[in-house]
Every structure is written in C-alpha cells, then in structure tokens.
Design a protein around this ligand. Structure first.
Ligand SMILES: [Cu+2]
Length: 157
C-alpha cells in the first residue's frame, strides 16, 4: 500500500502544516512585542547615561559662544553644550544612540566655526559680525587660558 497516496495521511499533513503556519504567525507577533518593550527600556537607560566629549572650536567672543552652543544644542540628542572662550574648546554631553560626535562637529561647522575635525562653512563665516570673524590659524584646545588681557578676545594681529 502506498502511504503517500493515502488521502487520509494527506489531509492530516495539510492540517499539521496549517497549524505550524498559524503558530509561526503568533510567534512572530509576540516576538515583535517583546522587542518593542526591550527598546523602550533601553531608551530609558540611555537618558541617564550621557556621553561626554570635549573638542576644539575656534571663536572670539561671547557672541561666538552663543552661536556655537546654539548650533550644538539644535541637534536632537544633545543635552548640554558649553564653549570655553579661553580654551577654544567645547564640552558636549549627548545621547550617542541619537546623535554622534561627527554630527556635532558638522552642525558647529555649518554655523561658520572651525572645529578640530570640520572646517567652518565659509558662507556662514562671512555673515558673522566682524568681531566674530576669528583667525582660521587660531590655536584650539588650549590647556591654559589664551594670553592677553581679560575680556579682550578679539582676533590677534
Ligand atoms: Cu564672536
């Protein structure tokens, strides 16, 4: 007797295959739900654990400070940005799941300011107030405050 041609076995096999397919769909749906829950938990953790970075950014004065910090803060994922006029350096705290360090460099460069990795956009630089047109050769990442009198942070001749 040939079992493959037995219609009863054929029907049973069909039922089994159908059951497996239904189970697979249910399994996929529940897996998806579990993944979503996991992602939400990870996000909560990351809101607490911020990445800190410090890098060089050229600039002259408090107006530069405002522009540079606003450029960094405009990015989603950046929590705080503070530029040090004496050290020509910015300290940024950000969520590395949302934004990466290169994006922060690029946002600051787009506002006209040189970072140690990305040159400032020339068009944006040209629209800066004269006092903010910093020297492109200026040293960045200074360990000690720049030389010169307090309050005079205009470009050196
Ligand atoms: Cu300025």
């Amino acid at each position: 007797m040939n079992t493959i041609n037995n219609p009863l076995i054929f029907k049973t096999m069909k039922k089994i295959i159908l059951s497996i397919a239904v189970l697979a769909v249910i399994g996929m749906t529940s897996c998806k739900n579990q993944t979503e829950e996991k992602e939400e938990t990870t996000e909560e953790v990351n809101q607490i654990a911020m990445t800190e970075t410090t890098f060089g950014v050229r600039g002259n004065c408090s107006m530069c400070k405002r522009t540079i910090e606003e450029a960094a803060n405009s990015l989603e994922g950046v929590a705080t940005a503070s530029w040090d006029v004496d050290r020509k350096q910015i300290h940024v705290s950000y969520d590395k799941e949302v934004v990466d360090e290169m994006k922060i460099h690029k946002a600051i460069a787009a506002s006209g300011y040189d970072t140690e990795q990305v040159a400032g956009d020339e068009e944006a630089y040209n629209t800066l107030p004269d006092c903010c047109k910093y020297d492109h050769e200026m040293e960045m990442n200074l360990a000690e405050p720049a030389e010169g009198e307090e309050g005079n942070h205009h470009e050196m001749e």
